[in-house]
Design a protein around this ligand. Sequence first.
Ligand SMILES: Cc1cc2nc3c(=O)[nH]c(=O)nc-3n(C[C@H](O)[C@H](O)[C@H](O)COP(=O)(O)OP(=O)(O)OC[C@H]3O[C@@H](n4cnc5c(N)ncnc54)[C@H](O)[C@@H]3O)c2cc1C
Length: 333
Amino acid sequence: MNHPGVLIVGQGLAGTVLGWTLEQAGIDWAMIDAGHATAASRVAAGIINPVTGQRWVKTWRIEELWPETRSLYQGMERALGVPLWREIKIRRYWRTDKERRVLQAKCDRGVLAPYVESVNTDHCVLAPAAQVDVPAMLGAARQRWQAEGRLTVGQVAWGKLGQNHSLVIDCTGAAARHGLFAAWPWAISKGEVLRVHAPDLDPGIILHRGHWLLPVARGDAWVGATHEPGVDDTAPTAVARDALLASGQRLTGLNLAPTEHLVGLRLAADDKRPVIGRHSGSSGYGILAGLGSKGVLYAPWLARQWAEHILLGSAFDSTVDILRLNPDNSGPR
Ligand SMILES: Cc1cc2nc3c(=O)[nH]c(=O)nc-3n(C[C@H](O)[C@H](O)[C@H](O)COP(=O)(O)OP(=O)(O)OC[C@H]3O[C@@H](n4cnc5c(N)ncnc54)[C@H](O)[C@@H]3O)c2cc1C
């Protein structure tokens, strides 16, 4: 392979949004991807949830990033001709009275505005939220870029890559913990989801009680997701399936059966912020990774930073720059 511009390794969510953004910025690039068999993006429900966790924490930077994120996916859906972005509400039930009290206290202080639309007897409604059809985006972009000769199918062996590109950006998701950036302080979390048939649900509402149920097309729905920090295998488990089915049934009152059971590994830095920047020992290599469970929201912002860095030499935002992390597993500086 001989190409003067940027080589993106990996066509998951990170690589796809990066490729799209570089293309829009007029930067020359090519891509190589091993296939989506192990991609976390293949199992990502694509939800942007504005408030998460038992302590009802507003998602980091959501207000600032929402317009840019929406505009990128809407632009992609127009260009690729597939629906990708939809705005949706989340009906979240609390599981304990403590959860309700924390929510109420935060609402009283205005901390969660504008995302709590209403608080009811056993649930609240969070809005706006959004959902991006990540598998559809990957498929449509892949088809286009393969036809254009930009995307090659193959597995990069890092030690044998050579220096044919001015810059190589690692977008390999969880595989980045084994590549050139292996020494950085990564944390892994296994996640499982189910596809189920759940007809007659309101398609505009995600139901959430510990787990979420996301209605999609043709009466189908996703139920997810489990989080198992530190678990590094991709085998589907009966324990996760039963827990997700129980949650889905409780949320819908329907007797559900899984049509698919999918597993992925989320990669995050140990401070839970995404990671971009150049390799400290080899500046011809860079990374866009560590998207954790919120890749859909953060990928457009990170990709824009890469485009500005390549074109203008701009510095990366210090909160996500890889320079904040020590490459020796001793944690953030
Ligand atoms: C169960 C589950 C549910 C999730 N739900 C959501 C959600 O609702 N909202 C959200 O924002 N995020 C969600 N996430 C997180 C989201 O999936 C990730 O943040 C995101 O998909 C990571 O994308 P990525 O491109 O970094 O990695 P990946 O999607 O893993 O893509 C990496 C790509 O690189 C390729 N690759 C790897 N090594 C090589 C190599 N050596 N050579 C060539 N190619 C290589 C792989 O084949 C793959 O295609 C979820 C994750 C899981 C596991």
